[in-house]
Design a protein around this ligand. Structure first.
Ligand SMILES: Cc1cc2nc3c(=O)[nH]c(=O)nc-3n(C[C@H](O)[C@H](O)[C@H](O)COP(=O)(O)OP(=O)(O)OC[C@H]3O[C@@H](n4cnc5c(N)ncnc54)[C@H](O)[C@@H]3O)c2cc1C
Length: 373
């Protein structure tokens, strides 16, 4: 007879755990407090982003996730784009970092260092004025998070028999059971993937964990006319300061010093600027990073303007009109660890704190963790 597993939370962390547990032979039930997921997992760029992960386990997990995302999107017949990513340089210090990244990763990853002309051939979205070159990586793929997170549950139901109970807030976890408002569901294994609402269950453990919350502001441009496509997801020089995998470049410090001196507002709000495109030809743009336990629920116009101003320095789109803005909040560890996986009590695990890489890492990490249980 199959063992029962309960997963709490239908964001990407919970959905990835549900998939891996079902693959491992568990009979899985997912409980989600809302009628459908509305957290960080539907508010992101949809960037599945191995280029941002350092070599070793995290890069391997990101690549594995990308494979699973590709399989899922093909089987479910939903949008994904495997055009990769492009970081562009308009200053010599940015170009120096790209050159170093290429030297470091050329032997082990699918990357190319491009001159200005090659960048323009690769991306109609890159601005030609002052363009010096770019760093292309072929590992990245873009999904539409709103479509993908809405479709994953039915795919998991059909493919693996995973059962979803929506509108069920889990208010307590007992030994081998979760409690909702009016029912108790028994399970051999329980995995809590509650995202930023981590205070509700096992608050004592989270209070002692190095975990915080980060608010990000995002924008979306109109659907681009005539089926216009941007090609690879596009990132400006500020993004070079953002990802762990770029720390291998010794010239990064010089770039960071210039940015601190010339762009204090960008440093203050943790802004770096990237753009991705969905299947409706809309362009998603972001983002800022504000850390803390409680966030202003409202967006700041100043932050959105800074993002647009910086975007205008390196990208051009046929229709630049903003059609939507929003914010999202994710849980992130403050000690540099990429995620939290903790046995709260026998048979009950917490999986959380994936920070800005939940879409990139969840599938690969969940598979590894479940195999190790
Ligand atoms: C603006 C933004 C942009 C980002 N861009 C990217 C990107 O491009 N690429 C990338 O890899 N990552 C990105 N991220 C990070 C990624 O979105 C997160 O790491 C990931 O979504 C976290 O997933 P999660 O399942 O832990 O949390 P969530 O998506 O928040 O899901 C948690 C779920 O648990 C449910 N829940 C909580 N408590 C209970 C309870 N007691 N009972 C029942 N249900 C409960 C909640 O309702 C929620 O649906 C971005 C994040 C943001 C905010």
């Amino acid at each position: 007879m199959k063992n029962n597993a309960v997963v709490v939370g239908a964001g990407i962390a919970g959905l990835a755990m549900a998939r891996s547990l079902a693959e491992k032979g568990f009979r899985v039930t997912v409980l989600e407090r809302n009628h459908h997921a509305v957290g960080a997992s539907v508010r992101n760029f949809g960037m599945v982003w191995p280029v941002g992960q350092p070599g070793g386990e995290l890069y391997t997990a990101a690549k594995r996730s990308a494979d699973i995302w590709g399989d899922f999107c093909r089987e479910a017949k939903i949008y994904y784009d495997a055009s990769g990513s492009l970081h562009v340089a308009y200053q010599q210090d940015e170009m120096d970092v790209l050159q170093e990244l290429f030297t470091h990763y050329a032997g082990s990853r699918d990357v190319k260092l491009l001159n200005a002309e090659e960048v323009l051939n690769c991306s109609p979205a890159a601005k030609p004025d002052g363009l010096m070159g770019g760093f292309w990586s072929g590992d990245e793929l873009i999904v539409d998070p709103r479509q993908a997170i809405a479709t994953l549950p039915s795919w998991l139901e059909e493919k693996y028999g995973v059962k979803f109970l929506w509108n069920r807030a889990v208010v307590d976890v007992k030994k081998r059971a979760v409690v909702t408002g009016n029912e108790t569901i028994e399970a051999d294994l329980i995995i809590l993937c509650s995202g930023v609402e981590f205070e509700t269950l096992y608050p004592g453990i989270f209070a002692q964990s190095p975990i915080t919350k980060c608010k990000l502001q995002m924008l979306r441009l109109e659907s681009q006319p005539g089926g216009w496509r941007m090609g690879p997801a596009l990132c400006g020089g500020l993004s070079l300061t953002h990802y762990h995998s770029f720390k291998v470049a010794s010239s990064l410090d010089k770039l960071k010093q210039r940015i601190s001196a010339q762009m204090p507002a960008y440093v203050k709000w943790g802004i770096h600027v990237m753009a991705s495109q969905n299947g409706l030809n809309e362009i998603t743009i972001g983002d800022s990073h504000e850390y803390g336990g409680t966030h202003d629920p409202f967006d700041q116009v100043e932050i959105n303007q800074l993002i647009i101003d910086y975007l205008n320095g390196f990208a051009r789109f046929p229709d630049m009109r903003v059609r939507q803005t929003w914010n999202g909040v994710y849980a992130k560890l403050t000690n540099g660890d990429p995620f939290l996986f903790h046995e709260a009590e026998r048979g009950v695990y917490l999986f959380n704190g994936l920070g800005g890489a939940g879409m990139t890492l969840s599938f690969g990490i969940a598979e590894k963790l479940v195999n190790g249980l």
